[in-house]
Each structure stands twice: as C-alpha cells, then as structure tokens.
Ligand binder design. Structure first.
Ligand code: THU
Length: 133
C-alpha cells in the first residue's frame, strides 16, 4: 500500500523548530494495524525523537509485540519546504530490526511514485538482536 498522502499530511505535525527538517513515518504491523510518528525536536538536541522511533514506540504502546512490525514508511521535507527522500538513521535501523525480527521492509518516499524499497536486513547488515544476548 502507498502511504504518500498520509505521510505528506502527517509532515505538518512534525515539530522541528531547530533543523526545519520534518519527518513523518507510518509503520504497519503483521496484522495490518497502522501507527504514525513524527520527529519531535528538543532544545537540548540529543533528546530529539525521530519520526520512525515515535511510530514504532506508539505501536508497542498500543499492544504490538516484538517481531510484529512489517513495514516502515518514511517521507521528509527540508527547511526549504521541499519533499526529500530520507533513510532511517542508525538508531532507528537498530530499533526497526529488533521490532520486526529483522525482516521489515522500509519504504523511503521521494514522491508519490518514486519509492526506494529495502529490507531492514539490507539497511542494517549483521544486526545485533535480542537473540544475541
Ligand atoms: N530524523 C528523523 O526523524 N528520522 C531519521 O531517521 C533521521 C533524522 C529527524 C531528527 C531531527 O529532528 C531531524 O530529522 C534532523 O536530523
């Protein structure tokens, strides 16, 4: 399913007063539930939360279990208000890998029709997972 329109609307909920870089993410679970997240920046920069992890953590809050994330969709808009393709940061890749049992698909939208599609295993090879502990 294509989430471009929902992601574009969701960008307006992003709170990014410092970078001006808005990110919206929608995650889909194995049973078809959909959860949204946006980046929320902090004046103490490291306490900023990424859109992907906010969506993932909401999914967990609503009852999603480890391994049940199936898809992560991402759209970004830069400070010039141009839509741009963004890939998840390293921290988000780690969390996606853990919550999806390392088999989620990640969809990075450049526009409604140009969508880069990668497995999380491609984006985070040799992931360190809970099973390794
Ligand atoms: N950001 C995300 O929301 N997701 C990512 O995967 C990369 C970065 C946000 C964090 C910050 O608010 C802004 O983008 C610029 O780094």
């Amino acid at each position: 399913m294509n989430y471009f329109n929902e992601l574009k609307t969701l960008l307006d909920c992003s709170s990014a007063p410092y970078s001006g870089f808005n990110v919206a993410s929608i995650v889909v679970t194995v049973d078809g539930k959909v959860y949204k997240g946006v980046n929320v920046e902090s004046a103490a920069y490291p306490t900023t939360n990424c859109a992907e992890r906010n969506a993932l953590q909401t999914a967990i809050t609503e009852g999603t279990k480890l391994g049940e994330i199936k898809e992560v969709h991402i759209l970004a808009r830069n400070a010039q208000k141009t839509l741009v393709q963004a890939y998840p940061c390293g921290s988000c890749r780690q969390v996606i890998a853990e919550l999806s049992a390392n088999d989620a698909m990640v969809f990075c939208y450049a526009s409604a029709t140009e969508i880069a599609e990668h497995s999380i295993a491609e984006l985070l090879p040799h992931a360190f997972l809970g099973a390794d502990l």
